[in-house]
Write a protein that binds this ligand. Structure first.
Ligand SMILES: Nc1ncnc2c1ncn2[C@@H]1O[C@H](COP(=O)(O)OP(=O)(O)OP(=O)(O)O)[C@@H](O)[C@H]1O
Ligand SMILES: [Mg+2]
Length: 481
């Protein structure tokens, strides 16, 4: 089914400088041989290397064992359709640009495909020049994005333990624990809601261990189909399955001497859980289709945002695997339970994103910080980081006001904040509280110029004065402009 055309290969994940000089490789997934052949001829003549698959599962197998620059995917595949396949491709190789091939008149599906992350689509019969231009544009865009991502990563990659910011008691205790467990080889399980910093903690453990100069390999075990995960983790021999044209090392081998970070372990399939347990028990495994036992020295750090004890009780997670992983358990508290970390984290991210954008260091206004303290942060530190990045990018003055914070933060602060502090507050109290906040915010933004604030509210200055006194709004002296 698949046909390999010579292409010099870079190891997965390697990037950038040599990209432009290397042959670009396209995977065509289409069930019609005629379409595949004409695309292959077109692309090969243009200097692309081409491989082909006639259905989704052959396509996924190829993707799991090879590196491609782009996928051309037929929307109307028999069995699993292109639309269903797209998220699986994205789960396997998130940055992979995918161009959908569609028949005329399937606009609805095209919209779904674009929402699901397709880079573009081409309608049959296609225009060769346009198709080539779209392919080159999609590959170019992905390379540029990857370079930015890589740059951001290098900027962020000070995975020293100190990169974890926090001063609340649970975070200080966590820092101590991380420092304590890092040097050992013990398996660590990190539990916490999404965005609480599980991956950052895993990296801190690795960076503070004697393995720091060896690889840290993250693998998302929750989103990869279990047959692919198996070959990704354990590797395979040539011919182990249809598309295994060459033997491939698994991530257990790649991580030899280092740390393997098994992310989202809580949603791993039962089948895969059994296989993983076996490897954790005797630290030996075999390639798929292999006969030789391999042994590696890998430290396992696993993370989950589902509570594994509950998953065990409900029969969704193997108890024996849970105990294997749960040798040392680190709990990452949600941000709403350690609000004293908010100002510190905000300052940390403001500094980072100000520097990254070449701006003078941004700071939050008093009101903006108060809004942040009132908010519950369901997306935890990641949500806070995104809010700070947004604030920096949108600000055109050193001070970031509440109106530059995402809407969901402000909505919450004006409506329910008082009720949370004083459950017996009346509607009248809540309205007064809101009025007080709005006035305080405006005054701060007018640099405490009450005349300007009164004009903004379209009320007489004397009325504003009365309100300020009645509501006990804090008033400061005007700073020099
Ligand atoms: N204590 C912290 N100090 C500084 N940055 C943090 C902290 N916690 C989290 N972050 C940052 O917040 C973002 C989310 O963290 P991370 O990816 O580690 O979370 P996660 O728990 O793995 O989330 P998910 O479950 O969604 O994968 C990252 O950019 C990380 O650098
Ligand atoms: Mg994570």
């Amino acid at each position: 089914m698949s046909k390999a055309v010579a292409a010099d290969r870079l190891p997965p994940g390697s990037l950038a400088s040599s990209e432009s000089s290397r042959t670009q490789k396209v995977l065509i997934i289409d069930d019609e041989a005629g379409i595949r052949d004409s695309l292959e001829t077109l692309l090969t003549l243009e200097g692309f290397a081409v491989e082909m698959a006639g259905d989704g599962s052959a396509g996924l197998d190829l993707l799991a064992s090879n590196t491609y620059d782009l996928v051309l995917l037929d929307l109307a595949l028999p069995g699993e359709s292109g639309i269903d396949l797209l998220p699986r491709i994205k789960a396997l190789v998130p940055e992979m640009p995918v161009i959908m091939i569609t028949a005329y008149g399937t606009v609805g599906n095209v919209v779904d495909a674009i929402h699901a992350g397709a880079a573009n689509f081409v309608q049959k019969p296609w225009d060769n020049e346009k198709l080539l231009a779209d392919i080159r544009a999609a590959i170019g865009r992905t390379q540029a994005e990857q370079e930015v991502v890589q740059l951001k990563r290098t900027l962020k990659q000070r995975y020293s333990f100190q990169n974890l910011v926090g001063k609340s008691d649970p975070m200080l205790r966590l820092f101590e624990l991380v420092a304590q467990v890092a040097p050992s080889r013990s398996t660590v399980l990190i539990q916490g809601e999404s965005g609480t910093g599980k991956e950052l903690v895993a990296k801190a453990i690795h960076a503070n261990s004697p393995r720091r100069d060896r690889p840290f390999i993250p693998v998302n075990t929750g989103s990869v189909p279990s047959d692919l995960l198996e070959s990704t983790l354990f590797g395979h021999e040539r011919g182990a399955f249809t598309s295994a044209v060459a033997a491939k090392k698994g991530l257990f081998e790649v991580a030899d001497g280092g740390t393997l970070f098994l992310d989202e372990i809580g949603t791993m399939s039962m089948d895969m859980q059994a296989k993983l347990l076996r490897v954790l028990q005797d630290r030996r495994f075999m390639h798929l289709g292999g006969t030789q036992e391999l042994q590696v020295d890998v430290r396992i750090v696993a993370a989950t945002n589902v509570n594994l004890q509950i998953a065990v009780k409900e029969g969704r997670f193997r108890e024996d695997l849970f105990y294997r992983l749960n040798v040392i358990c680190l709990e990452l508290p949600p941000l709403r339970s350690r609000k004293e970390d908010i100002p510190l984290l905000a300052a940390h991210f403001l500094k980072f994103y100000s520097e990254e954008n070449g701006l003078e260091n941004r700071a939050l206004s008093t009101e903006a910080l108060r809004v942040m303290m009132d908010y519950e942060w369901p997306g935890n530190v990641r949500e806070l980081e995104n809010a700070m990045e947004r604030g920096v990018v949108l600000s055109n003055a050193p001070e970031i006001h509440a109106d530059l914070l995402p809407g969901q933060l402000r909505g919450n602060s004006y409506s329910t904040a008082l009720l949370e502090q004083k459950p017996d507050a009346s509607l009248f109290d809540v309205m007064e509280d809101i009025e007080k906040r709005i006035i305080a915010d405006r005054l701060e933004r007018c640099n405490w110029n009450q005349t300007e604030a009164a004009e903004y509210f379209r009320i007489p200055l004397s009325t504003l004065n009365q309100k300020i006194k009645r509501l006990a709004v804090e008033v400061r002296k005007r700073s020099r402009e």
